[in-house]
Write a protein that binds this ligand. Structure first.
Ligand code: AG3
Length: 281
């Protein structure tokens, strides 16, 4: 598991012996935080790489794909998103993309591990100043507790967590979806990453079923992300009469790298056998 000095490579091992790896130029940083093991590498071809508990969180080159798709489709499907909540997302990439929307008055990010934010700000910088934006509020704390207790209401809730196995498992429970639904304004949207389509299929199906019990409509899609066992899946839940298949292209931020609002319909990909499983046939 992890880094091999002999190969000068880092490999993340998934179930069934499937690996995703990168050649490493330099090991930059390594520490045990209060919550997890944090590693930072300089890869040969994809810039810096952030690893938490042996799982690759991002590689710098191409990170826009994941962050854009996690953020812009839900932001553009909402008529006027002003209040946004991000759970996790310590590297700041999700916050950065959220703040590109002029309608946003306040974006609250609740990250459990302060070290992830610190190390990302110092060594990665993919937040590109987002943490200093006056509309950004950073809360170091447990997202599950926060959502249960907060008096605030949100137009969009984005879960940028680690996998639906281990510490983040609670973020994929029916109970958590219920508190999210409760804290969404009418026409609100909720999005979560939901793991590898091929390797975490059961977790994806469980999360989808739990979301279906809570949200008024649930959508799924997947796409390849550099650094993850792709395709990677995403689930969207809505409150009230919202059609996630339609987006307001006129509000799209300029200069997108991966997500193509004018081709929004191309997002909805899922291998046929997984679609059948999701739809219970
Ligand atoms: N969010 C984590 C995606 C899950 C990666 N899982 C894995 N490699 N097994 C990424 C944080 C980016 N903001």
């Amino acid at each position: 598991m992890g880094y091999s000095e002999r190969e000068r490579a880092f490999i993340e091992w998934y179930p069934r012996g499937y690996g995703v790896g990168f050649k490493v130029k330099e090991r930059l940083f390594e520490t045990q935080t209060k919550y997890q093991r944090l590693e930072l590498y300089e890869t040969e071809g994809f810039g810096k790489m952030l690893v938490l508990d042996g799982t690759i969180q991002l590689v710098e080159i191409g990170e826009e794909s994941y962050h854009e798709v996690l953020v812009h489709p839900v932001m553009l499907a909402h008529p006027n998103p002003k209040r946004v909540l991000i759970i996790g997302g310590g590297d700041g990439g999700t916050l950065r993309e959220v703040l590109r929307h002029e309608s946003v008055e306040k974006a609250t990010m609740v990250e459990i591990d302060e070290m992830v934010v610190e190390v990302s700000r110092i060594y990665l910088g993919i937040d590109r100043g987002a943490f200093d934006d006056p509309r950004a509020e950073l809360i170091i704390g447990d997202g599950v507790e926060y959502l249960k207790e907060t008096e605030e209401r949100f137009d969009v809730i984005i879960v940028d967590s680690t996998d639906p196995v281990g510490p983040a498992k609670l973020l994929f429970s029916e109970e958590f979806y219920r508190s999210a639904y409760e804290k969404l304004n009418e026409k609100g949207l909720y999005i979560t990453q939901a793991g590898s389509v091929y390797l975490f299929t059961n977790e994806l199906i469980d999360a989808y079923k739990a979301m279906k019990k809570v949200f008024d409509r649930v959508y799924y899609f997947s796409f390849p992300v550099i650094g993850y066992a792709s395709p990677w899946s995403f689930l969207v839940g809505v409150k009230g009469d919202v059609d996630f298949r339609k987006v307001d292209v006129s509000r799209a931020p300029g200069e997108l790298y991966y997500y193509d609002p004018e081709r929004h319909e191309t997002l909805f990909q899922m291998p046929r056998y997984v679609r059948k499983l999701l739809e219970g046939q």
